[in-house]
Each structure stands twice: as C-alpha cells, then as structure tokens.
Design a protein around this ligand. Sequence first.
Ligand code: HEC
Ligand code: HEC
Ligand code: HEC
Ligand code: HEC
Length: 207
Amino acid sequence: MNNNVIYKIIGILCVVLLAASCKHHEEEYHSITDKIEAESKDYHGISISSEEHLEGLTMIEVTENGITFRIPKRKGEIKSYACTECHNKPLDQMQSKDLKKAHWNIKLNHADENTMNCITCHDGNDMDHLKSLTLKTIDFDRSYQVCSQCHTRQFTDWTGGAHGKRIESWAPPRASMTCVNCHDPHKPHFESKWPERYNTQKVEERK
Ligand code: HEC
Ligand code: HEC
Ligand code: HEC
Ligand code: HEC
C-alpha cells in the first residue's frame, strides 16, 4: 500500500466515526420535548407531593364548587375561643352600660352599619359558631362561608386558586390560605401602598 491509500483509509475512517458520533446524539433527541421525555424517564412513577411540607399544620379538607382542597383550621388561633366560657347567657343579659366593653379592641370597619353589625356574622344565641344571613350555623374553621355570601366573585376566584395564596408548594394535595388568614373580618380592607416617589428635587440638585 502506498501512503496515499493509507491517508484515504484514515480519512474515510474519521468521517465514519464523526458521522456515527453525531448520529448517536441526533437519534436520542429529535426535539427538546423528546429530550425532556427521555431525561425524566427515571422520575416516572415517583409522585411529587406537598404532603411533607404540610406536616404539622392542622388543616381541614373542604369541597366548594366541586373543587376539593385543604385550608388551615382557625379555632386554635382565636384567642378568646371558646366564647361560651363567658357567653353562657343571652347577649342582652351580659351587656351593661357601666362596664368597659368586653371587646373594646374590636371596631367594625367593614360594610356600613345599616348593612352589618356583630350579629350579622356571630350567633348571639350560640357564640361558639358563626351564622349565615339565613341563620344557618357556620363553624369558625369554615368562616369563608360567611364571606362568600356577599363576596361571590372573590369566593369563586379563591376556590379556583386565582384569589389568595397556596401554602408551601404547587404539588398536590392543594392547600390554600383561607380568607381570615389575610383579611381581618372586622376591618378587611388593606391600605393602598404607593411606590416611592422619584425624587425630582435631587435630580435637579445634581445637575
Ligand atoms: C372573657 C369573657 C368573654 C369571652 C371569652 C368572649 N366574650 Fe364576647 N362579650 C363578653 C361580654 C361581657 C359581652 C357583653 C358586654 C359588652 O359588650 O362588653 C360580650 C359581647 C359580645 C358581643 C356583642 C358586642 C356588642 O357590641 O354588641 C359579641 C358579638 C361577642 N361578644 C362575640 C364574642 C365571640 C365571637 C367570642 C369568642 C370568639 C367572645 N365574644 C368571647 C365577654 C366575652
Ligand atoms: C363579617 C363578619 C363578622 C362581623 C360583622 C363581626 N365578626 Fe367577629 N369574627 C368574625 C370571624 C370570621 C372571626 C374569626 C376570625 C379568625 O378566624 O381569626 C371573628 C372573631 C371574633 C372574635 C374573636 C377574636 C379573637 O382573636 O379572640 C371576637 C371577640 C369577635 N369576633 C367579636 C366581634 C364583635 C364584638 C363584633 C361587632 C363589633 C364582630 N365580631 C363582628 C366575623 C365577624
Ligand atoms: C353581609 C355581607 C358581607 C359579609 C358577610 C362580608 N362582607 Fe366584606 N364587605 C361587604 C361590603 C358591603 C363591603 C364594602 C363595599 C365593598 O367595598 O365591596 C365589604 C368590604 C370588604 C373588603 C374590602 C374591599 C375593599 O374596599 O378593599 C374585604 C377585603 C372584605 N369585605 C372581605 C370580607 C371577608 C374576608 C369576609 C368574611 C369574614 C366578609 N368580607 C364578609 C359585605 C360583606
Ligand atoms: C393570601 C391572602 C388572601 C386570601 C387568602 C384572600 N384574600 Fe382577598 N385580597 C387579598 C389581597 C392582597 C387583596 C387586594 C387588596 C388591594 O388590592 O388593595 C384582596 C382583595 C379582596 C377584596 C377586595 C376587592 C378586590 O378583589 O380587590 C375582597 C372583597 C376580598 N379580597 C375578599 C376575600 C375573600 C372573600 C376571601 C376568601 C374566600 C379572600 N379574600 C381571600 C388577599 C387575600
């Protein structure tokens, strides 16, 4: 064999090897979705779950508008619960003009007073529970059912996950904050926040 032939053979071998190595990659991933599919093969069968993040939180499961999710329990968070420790007789027998108001720290700043007073939401005859406008008993852990009577739009958004906030993680099971986690039922409005002003005075001075 002369040198020319040897060079040709080496040349051909190189081309074949190069082609083979390129082909290898191209076959594995025809597209980015193929690549994702292939590389996530090992994860199939392992279910990703928020369960471990939710450990230690006391939650209840609710189903509203056909959607089931969890919300935090409230009763353990309410300082003056159980109310019946004091509210063991009808309200009018407890109210006195001379004494300082028992709940002096609660000032209603929600709807106007023709629309709403304490007894719109609280049950004067059973203070350990809330009540609906049609006098249905509502548990403190499900106080969103009080809010949903008047705020139907926010309620529907909330059940779908568009209003409010999820707890911990996106993975199932879904756990969401409930209305009173963010809004004080007695004064639910948030003050508007304004961005810091652009300081035109300083800019003037630096010129
Ligand atoms: C430490 C005792 C005590 C506890 C606990 C307590 N209350 Fe009262 N509450 C009173 C007294 C006394 C009155 C009546 C006199 C007054 O208005 O000051 C009253 C009045 C009220 C009123 C009527 C207020 C008004 O202005 O007409 C509401 C509503 C009420 N309580 C809700 C609750 C709820 C809900 C709980 C539990 C989450 C609770 N209370 C727990 C002592 C208590
Ligand atoms: C719009 C409905 C609504 C109205 C009106 C309302 N409350 Fe409440 N109130 C609630 C809800 C819901 C809770 C429980 C909040 C939570 O889970 O933290 C609550 C909690 C309370 C508590 C327990 C607070 C604590 O942390 O111990 C007291 C006391 C109370 N309300 C008294 C009153 C009094 C007095 C009025 C009238 C001045 C009133 N509420 C008006 C819905 C209402
Ligand atoms: C009986 C009807 C009624 C109930 C029950 C009720 N609300 Fe309201 N709420 C109103 C009205 C009326 C207003 C004042 C008008 C408005 O801004 O929509 C208001 C105002 C608000 C606002 C302030 C809106 C703003 O201006 O920023 C929030 C937030 C709110 N409510 C949350 C709640 C929550 C949370 C609950 C349950 C604990 C609740 N509401 C229960 C009728 C109700
Ligand atoms: C994770 C916190 C969070 C939860 C949970 C939440 N809200 Fe809100 N809500 C907000 C914020 C933030 C705003 C916007 C306030 C603003 O723009 O000034 C708001 C606004 C509102 C308003 C005023 C109108 C509007 O849409 O801007 C109402 C009424 C209201 N929420 C009711 C509810 C009710 C009812 C629930 C429960 C079903 C609920 N919210 C649950 C944070 C929350």
